[in-house]
Design a protein around this ligand. Structure first.
Ligand code: UT7
Length: 335
């Protein structure tokens, strides 16, 4: 045994969200545009999901372009220069290169100076995983200012003829800057996964199957919607309550509830199970934005901030869940 000891690393006393930004693609797509291909109706989609319109990205609205736009707004809101950012975490499942990750390219375009930059693959839960990681990095001393970006161009992997997904998924990007603070601005993360249900939301084929197929087709997202619906509506309320408990607050202290924008009925079921008081303002971005997977929580919080439903200093419960089945939740102070 060596008698030598290593220097430990220590970071900021606490971590907080310093700023938020978003990018919504220009093209608004109403239900009417999708229903013929899936033998559906505007009425059915609104009733079963709460979605009226969503945004689909155009050719120029790439994963990188949307990420940079959202990140620039978050940096400006935080009053932080790109040069001060020493960590960039990108949560996405729709960066179409297996390697390298998109985070270093985004960091470079933003003008960051050689930050640690990597992607995480936790699907719809990815943004809240990123916030949890970033807070630990700031408190642990491995970074000072971390950009967390949730971004998706799900239309690249969407089967427009699949009744279970074609009307749900959409495109966009949201970002926050996580940095040091004296008081806690990000509560303890509650996260986990249920791998027994690993294949409930997945890519239709893996790349080897595609490459060895006689008639290769682009893999698409597929989902056992009703099973995911049941899991999300019941199991996730417990995770949300645990995040409140770990943060030392109750539903009565909460100002905003910002769940993953999967389906308005899931949001309502969670709010009922958690017995949220009527005073808690609930994110309902899914109605006009669809389900943007890793981008949905920051987009939803951003809209609440813009519309005055979330004010600086408010307490917001973030919770995200999806393929894996992976989930993560934390209480944050709104920047
Ligand atoms: O982001 C990751 C996490 N994702 C989620 O949390 C999504 C969770 N799931 C959902 O949001 C819902 O399951 C959906 C919105 C995808 C589907 O709603 P549902 O109420 O679970 O529908 P269902 O699949 O149970 O189907 C109910 C009925 C069926 O008809 P019958 O058998 O009752 O006659 C389906 O054939 O609705 C029919 N149906 C449709 N009808 C019109 C299924 N899809 C459609 C459609 N349009 N697109």
């Amino acid at each position: 045994m060596s008698a030598r000891t290593l220097a430990g690393s220590t970071g900021a006393a606490q971590a907080t969200v310093l700023g938020i930004g978003a990018y919504r693609p220009a093209r608004v797509v109403p239900n009417a545009e999708l229903v013929d291909a899936i033998d559906s109706s505007d009425e059915w989609i609104q009733q079963r999901s709460g979605i009226r319109t969503r945004r689909f990205a155009g050719p120029e609205e790439s994963v990188q372009m949307m990420s940079v736009a959202a990140a620039r707004e978050a940096l400006a809101h935080a009053g932080i220069d790109a040069g001060q950012v020493d960590g960039v975490i990108v949560a996405t499942v729709s960066h179409m290169m297996q390697t390298p990750a998109i985070a270093p390219a985004i960091a470079h375009e933003l003008g960051c100076d050689q930050p640690v930059a990597f992607d995480i693959s936790a699907a719809c839960a990815g943004f809240c995983h990123g916030v949890g990681l970033a807070a630990d990095m700031v408190r642990g001393g491995s970074a000072h200012h971390v950009l967390v970006i949730g971004v998706e161009r799900l239309t690249d992997i969407l089967d427009r003829s699949d009744r279970g997904t074609a009307f749900i998924f959409a495109d966009g990007a949201g970002a926050v800057v996580v940095g040091p603070s004296d008081t806690p601005g990000i509560g303890p993360v509650v996260w986990g996964s249920d791998g027994e249900q690993f294949d409930y939301i997945r890519q239709t084929q893996d790349w080897r199957d595609v490459m060895t197929s006689d008639s290769p087709t682009m893999p698409a997202l597929t989902m056992q919607g009703a099973a995911v619906f049941r899991w999300a509506s019941f199991a996730m309320a417990k995770v949300g309550l645990e995040a409140l408990d770990r943060a030392g607050v109750t539903v009565d202290d909460l100002d905003c509830f910002v769940p993953h924008q999967a389906n308005m009925r899931i949001t309502d079921a969670m709010a009922r199970s958690m017995k949220l008081p009527a005073s808690v303002r609930i994110a309902r971005d899914v109605a006009d934005q669809g389900n943007t997977s890793a981008a949905s929580v920051p987009l939803a919080l951003h809209r609440m901030v813009q519309e005055g439903d979330a004010r600086s200093g408010d307490l917001a419960l973030l919770i995200a869940f999806g393929a894996g089945l992976a989930y993560a939740a934390q209480v944050v102070v709104v920047p």
